[in-house]
Design a protein around this ligand. Structure first.
Ligand SMILES: *Cc1c(COP(=O)(O)O)cnc(C)c1O
Length: 380
């Protein structure tokens, strides 16, 4: 392995260049919408119009492709825009899609919309290869997987699912938002496309909404997807690209710290009398622990758990925390808590327990986070 190919080095350096005119080490932000043409009308410098391309977007796309080991990456104005672009590129009327039962709600909602255009879907337990095989139909064109599912943190065997999908001539897309390339690189296991909400860990600071698609070497329809990115216009601003690209520099450090904090919190919760069940694949005794250890380089920063007292009990805890913020989203340095059943993003299909809370464990000190959960869980 070349020294420059380790993930910490790739994260800090990929896509960054010293500016030839000023010597600036940190990438400048190029806000220009228009790019000057050559005397003969060409665009030898690579850009013509902001919706079609921008230097900050190119730099970010280069870094994302390097981190995931892909042939190219495309960035979008949100994770959902990236997901929508992949669905509309890969699927045509009459196609059938398989999704995890606890898939991100936005993905499920996009597929409900696509049913109006003649695309069907079924939700299956992606931790069971038998269930997945049984769910296949002759017209199954796409298998959608999340490396770590949201919010129950089920672990999918990406390699096994990719080979099954390919045997059945279906495309395999992996939403790698929760694991990030730090803990899993689905393209190396045979996935065709990886998608991310970079709103979460990739940007990492809760200040950018963004998304991206990374293509494997043999990903079909690459040209169509690139064209849709432009003609659809759901592209990120140069500043959002710059912020996300900056966030990537600390991704490996942040992910190690998120995971270390999450592991401590999961252990604390598992031993707490007010807690009914903890979902964290790194927890000793977790049903997905063996799979997770074989498949992932780490277990991420999200921990879900059920508390005593049903829906009211869960809402009380979410309202009683002081350090955790009671808000949606995940993947930021700030710790967040969310009551899943009452979240605005909750909706389609999946039945989650009413007493389920999801933590996005941030980078505050683990002891302070544990003290906060302890005071919120113990009504005096
Ligand atoms: C948040 C999220 C998305 C959607 O991303 P946005 O940037 O909010 O549009 C997709 N997949 C997963 C797993 C997510 O957590």
């Amino acid at each position: 392995m070349r020294a420059s190919s380790r993930i910490d080095t790739v994260a800090v350096r990929a896509g960054h260049h010293v500016a030839p005119d000023t010597g600036a080490i940190t990438e400048p932000i190029t806000m220009s919408v228009s790019f000057e043409r050559d005397a003969d009308g060409g665009h030898s410098r690579g850009y013509h119009y902001g919706a079609a391309g921008n230097p900050n977007r190119s730099a970010l796309e280069h870094a994302l492709a390097a981190l995931e080991g892909g042939s190219e990456a495309l960035t979008f104005a949100s994770g959902s825009a990236a997901i929508s672009a992949v669905l509309r590129t890969v699927l045509s009327p009459g196609a059938h899609v398989l999704l995890p039962r606890d898939v991100f709600q936005g993905t499920a909602r996009l597929l409900v919309r696509l049913s109006e255009w003649g695309v069907d879907h079924d939700m299956v337990d992606m931790t069971s290869m038998d269930a997945l095989i049984r769910a296949f139909r002759p017209n199954t064109a796409l298998v959608w997987t999340e490396t770590l599912s949201n919010p129950l943190l089920n672990v999918a065997d990406i390699g096994a699912i990719a080979s099954l999908a390919h045997r059945r001539e279906a495309v395999h897309v992996v939403d790698n938002t929760f694991a990030t390339p730090m803990f899993h690189q689905p393209l190396a296991f045979g996935a065709d496309f990886v998608v991310h909400s970079s709103t979460k860990y990739l940007s990492g600071h809760g200040d950018v909404v963004g998304g991206n698609v990374i293509l494997g070497d043999a990903a079909p329809h690459a040209g169509r997807l690139r064209e849709l990115q432009w003609i659809d216009g759901a592209v990120p601003s140069p500043f959002d690209c710059w912020l996300t690209h900056r966030g990537l520099k600390t991704l490996p450090c942040r992910m190690r710290a998120h995971a270390a904090n999450a592991a401590r919190i999961a252990e604390f919760l598992a031993a707490h009398p007010q807690v009914i069940e903890v979902y964290y694949p790194g927890l000793a005794g977790s049903p997905s622990r063996t799979d997770a250890a074989a498949l992932l380089g780490g277990y991420g920063g999200v921990v879900s758990f059920r508390v005593a007292g049903g829906r009211q009990g869960a809402l009380r805890v979410a309202g009683a925390v002081e350090l955790f913020r009671h808000a949606t989203s995940l993947g930021s340095v700030d710790s967040l808590i969310q009551h899943q059943a009452s979240a605005p993003t909750h909706g389609t299909g999946t039945a989650l327990p009413d007493d389920l809370l999801r933590l996005s464990v941030g980078l505050e000190h683990a002891d302070d986070l544990i003290d906060d959960l302890d005071q919120a869980l113990n009504p005096c």
